[in-house]
Structure formats: structure tokens, C-alpha cells
Design a protein around this ligand. Sequence first.
Ligand SMILES: *[C@@H]1O[C@H](CO)[C@@H](O)[C@H](O)[C@H]1NC(C)=O
Ligand SMILES: *[C@@H]1O[C@H](CO)[C@@H](O)[C@H](O)[C@H]1NC(C)=O
Length: 457
Amino acid sequence: MLVRSLAALTFASLVLGQQVGTNTAEKHPSMPIQVCTKSGSCTKESTSVVLDSNWRWAHVTSGYTNCYTGNEWNATACPDGKTCAKNCAIDGADYAKTYGITTPSSGALKLQFVTKNDNGANVGSRVYLMASDTKYRMFNLLNKEFTFDVDVSKLPCGLNGAVYFSEMDEDGGMSKYSTNRAGAKYGTGYCDSQCPTDIKFINGEANVEGWGGSANDQNSGSGKYGSCCAEMDIWEANLDAAAYTPHPCKVNGPTRCEGADCGNGDDRYSGVCDKDGCDFNSFRMGDQSFYGTQMTVDTSKPFTIVTQFITTDGTDNGKLKQINRFYVQNGKTIPNSVVQIDGIDPVNHIDDNFCAQQKSVFGDNNYFKTIGGMTQMGNQLKKMVLVLSVWDDHAVAMNWLDSNYPTDGDASTPGIARGRCDSAAGDPKTVEAAHPDASVIYSNIKLGALNSTFKAT
Ligand SMILES: *[C@@H]1O[C@H](CO)[C@@H](O)[C@H](O)[C@H]1NC(C)=O
Ligand SMILES: *[C@@H]1O[C@H](CO)[C@@H](O)[C@H](O)[C@H]1NC(C)=O
């Protein structure tokens, strides 16, 4: 995404080897979390975050020539994926200045939506939690709860501040693929349930083959391959809408896909991942005054989000049965909103029964069930990497989260209305121009035994 000026960089080549550039030292911003036990005592863990490799400057190892500019690969350096991986290095990141990623206080992370920098501007970002300088922090969420605070007060319609888990490799794929010399330290190995094809390096190779620039994003494109894996969306939200969504996959761990397996277009319900997932969005589930400015959860102020992964036998080895949600604001526990849709039980959690009823009433394909439902999601919650991001949506303007979707659907038909946002608000051009200063702050991340990370009141 970066087009660097070459003139200013004059020092002798310090390149260590293939794929790691040394023009900017890589220094991971600190973001400690807490781990809590049943007794309620919590211990601090010295974790940090790393920027995804897709956002980084990719240049030839022997100098400063771009391997990738705008949305095109340099055909000389990158005639094919293997050669490109050999010729090109990804470099360290200036988190604050280039990407607008800062740590306003200990345990807090702020992601700025648009950041003007020496190269133009950076839009959005995606970071992963690290246990060490070279390894992601791995999470097993079964029979646990995951808690964090969010401030979405400066995150308007059309944007998505996301906190989720992807089943990535601990080292970013470095030990599996010898041509990946950068690894987790440089944010490699991303995958998710949409099997994204805009990933520049997958399995230690550049995604050069078939690469084409995006029609409406000058910094993005897509190649022949996608990068699939199970995903648990804890939080996809802005000021006016929020959803939490399990997305299991048939495949375990990061898996490069091509063709129908990627589940694009007509292959949506034959791909290896459940792209729709089974979402709980309070507005969509019939409570339109639960989440928003001065509503039950008042999004004009920070609040806490608690997500519990309940197993069938109440142990860490059980099957995933149910995913619970609570909010805490002003010292008060707020249970999740209860479903208010005819034909769906009035529950406030996600389980297989909720998913089946919701898909049936809304007329959606229950691909969640086809892929294995809660049990499969549970299998894949054992080795997860935490992702924190802010993004706008070049495909469907975030309408699936905060407006009517499909856009031409009748808002009075159950399932169509997902939020009160105008469907045009999330057009990337519009939202980038209107709200460059938008931002989200995540803080106080906690993992622990059930009921250990917050005080129910
Ligand atoms: C592509 O890379 C080659 C070196 O591999 C370099 O000579 C050339 O200037 C680059 N082209 C662009 C447009 O950056
Ligand atoms: C957690 O607290 C809820 C009540 O808020 C209770 O129903 C549940 O049994 C508790 N779970 C555990 C494992 O203590």
C-alpha cells in the first residue's frame, strides 16, 4: 500500500536475507492483556501487537525498488509467486506516523481510520496480538470468557471496528514454508472465513498469478489464491450497529484455496468456509433500541463486552454448545438483547437451535450447519490468533452490518434491516472523505474462566 520516496534512503544495504527489509526497524507496540482465574485474580501478560504484512512496504531485497505499487506487482521482480517471494522483502512499520496505530495508555490501542503520511494516506489497519517478538499469542477459548472495552464514539456508519479470532499459525507460517522468512514478526499468515484473495503473500509465495487491481480501491487487488480459515467474530461494530458471529470452516488452520473452494460468487455455499456465519445483531434480531447513542448500551461512551464460550460438559475439552454475550457500562451488567422475531425463540445467545430458526425465518442458507455448526466452531476455537482492525467495505459498503441488506430488500421483511444507517453512508469514497478522523479504541483485554473477568451486578 505504500509508495515510498527512494531519494531519502541512502544508507548501505542492511538486508539480512530474503523477505525481511531493514529500512525501518520493526518495533511492536506494547498492548498488555490480563489472564484471570476462577477466583477472580488476574495476572498481567506482556503482549504486543504487529501490523499485518499486507499493509507493509514490499521492495526488492537488494534496494528500494517497489515490488508492489498501488495495486500492481512489478513484473520484473515478480514474474511468478516463487520468484517474487525470493526477490522481495517486506519491511518494518512506523506504526504511529504511517499507519495511525497508537497506544494512548497501557493496555489500550487506538486505530485511526485515515492517516495522512509521507506516501499519501493509509486507510484502515489490521493487527495481531503477539506473545513474543516472533510468535502470535495463541488462544483456546473453550469454556472461557473473553472481555475487552471499546470506544466506538468516533466510529460512524459505514465503518467496522473489529475484534475477532482467526485460526492462524503461531509463527505466521514460517516453519511450514521455508520461503517465508518474515513470519509473525512481520504479520504474515493471515486467513479468515471469507478466504480473502487480496492477500499478497500466501504460503511463502506471492499471490501474483491472475492478480488484478480492484475496481474501486487503488491500493488493493486480488489474485488466484485465497487464504481460508475459521473465524470467530467477537465484535464487528460502529456507533450504530454491532454483531457477533461464528464462522467455522471445513479446513483446519490456514489453507490456501483456489477455484470453487474459495466460495466466491455462485460457489458461496460450496466453499470450504461458512462466509455468512451465524450472526447475532440485536437490531436485526428485533430490538432496535438496544444498541446506539443513548440506548440501552450507550455507544457515545466506552463500555465492556463479555463473550462466553460454553461447552456441553462444562470443561475445556467439551464441545462448544453456546456463545453468551454481556455488556457492562457504568458498573452495570447489561444482558444481551432478547430475540423479538416471530418463529425464533426469545433467546439472547447463539446456539445451533438459534441458528437454525434464524436461517429458516430469514430465508438464509444454513451453511453454518452444513459445515458443522457449533461443534465444528468449537474444534477450531482451540488455537486462535486475536485480530484487531478498523476497515471500510469496498464490496457492499458495510450494509450487511448497519443498514438494509440486500440493499434492495424490503426493510419490513424480517432479517433485512440490520441497523439504522443510510445505505450510502458506507460507500468508501464517501466515508473516507467525510470521516478521515474516525477511530476506535480497544482496551483492557482479559481472558479467563467463566465469570472471572467482570463483576456481575
Ligand atoms: C521493477 O523492478 C526492477 C528490478 O527488479 C526495477 O529495475 C524496475 O525499476 C521496477 N519497476 C518499477 C515500475 O518499479
Ligand atoms: C456465571 O454467572 C451466571 C450468572 O450471571 C451463572 O448463571 C453461571 O452459572 C455462572 N457460570 C459459572 C461457570 O460460574
